[in-house]
Write a protein that binds this ligand. Structure first.
Ligand code: CU
Length: 282
């Protein structure tokens, strides 16, 4: 019932929005993103409980109590009403309590570290934010790509995210949850896509000169297409050696998509570990 109402509200909202707008957050392609969209709409609707009456009353009072209307009561000595006090204090209080409960519960139910239950085995993809490109390492397939992400549909994916530069933010809006990429740290994000397609991915945290080109496409493929893609990357015959990584970490703007046919499965850990001393103030 609530879900249907929310969908209806969303559809109405979409119709009201200019069609030119790219409303990614309201076009989810996975259950996490869908739940987050419902959360946005629900919080928005709950807050409108105060906003709408205020707007209505602003106009009603302005018209009813205008100087030219002698039918309205003129009460210059009026100063207190218990009823008004109760309404203006209790409604926001209830809203805050409701939003608080929703926030508390979804902090756990939408915890990005929480594994997603599925019959499919969880796949692991390591993400490294560089200046200004995204490196994706597939430790199980032993391949890596730059600025192109591919994942099989209906398969839960655990992203392990770090940065080899300043703080960045990994975000595929249509799959849900944005999470920070920070040097010397490993962040986890569990996502699942339930529809094949190509979705926009970006850095949602300004990181300097080449930031605007720090984008990638997330290709959600069928199992067979995904295998084909892995094979295609392997055919690149371009291993991600230590030297290749050094070259890649040099600052570059609008970096093209690159395929690396092999990668040391421990590379991701080394990228994190080289900051260990700095984390401890050494
Ligand atoms: Cu951190």
């Amino acid at each position: 019932m609530l879900r249907n109402l929310l969908k209806l509200a969303c559809a109405a909202g979409l119709l009201l929005t200019l069609s030119a707008c790219d409303f990614l957050l309201f076009d989810p392609k996975g259950p996490i993103a869908a739940e987050q969209m419902e959360l946005i709409i629900l919080s928005f609707a709950v807050m409108l409980i105060v906003v709408i009456p205020v707007f209505v009353m602003t106009f009603v009072f302005a018209i009813k109590y205008r100087a030219g209307n002698d039918k309205a009561d003129y009460r210059p000595l009026w100063e207190h009403s218990n009823l008004v006090e109760i309404v203006v204090w209790s409604v926001p209080l209830v809203i805050i309590v409701v939003l608080g409960i929703i926030t508390y519960r979804t902090s756990f139910s939408l915890d990005p570290r929480q594994p997603i239950a599925s019959e499919q085995q969880t796949m692991r993809i390591q993400v490294v934010a560089l200046d200004w490109k995204w490196l994706f390492i597939y430790p199980e397939q032993e391949i890596a790509t730059v600025n192109e992400l591919a994942l099989p549909v209906d398969t839960p994916v655990e992203f392990l995210i770090t940065s080899d530069t300043v703080m960045n933010s990994f975000f595929v809006p249509q799959l849900g949850s944005m999470i920070y990429a920070m040097a010397g740290m490993e962040n986890q994000l569990n996502l699942i896509a339930d529809e094949t397609g190509v979705y926009r991915g970006l850095s949602a945290n300004y990181s300097g000169f080449g930031f605007s080109g720090m984008k990638f496409k997330a290709h959600v493929k069928t199992e067979a297409e995904f295998k084909q893609w892995i094979a295609e990357v392997k055919r690149a015959a371009n291993p991600l050696s230590e030297q290749a990584y050094q070259l890649l970490s040099v600052k570059s703007k609008d970096h093209p998509v690159e395929y690396y046919s092999s990668v040391n499965p421990l590379m991701f850990n080394r990228i994190i570990e080289k900051y260990t001393g700095e984390q401890n103030g050494e």
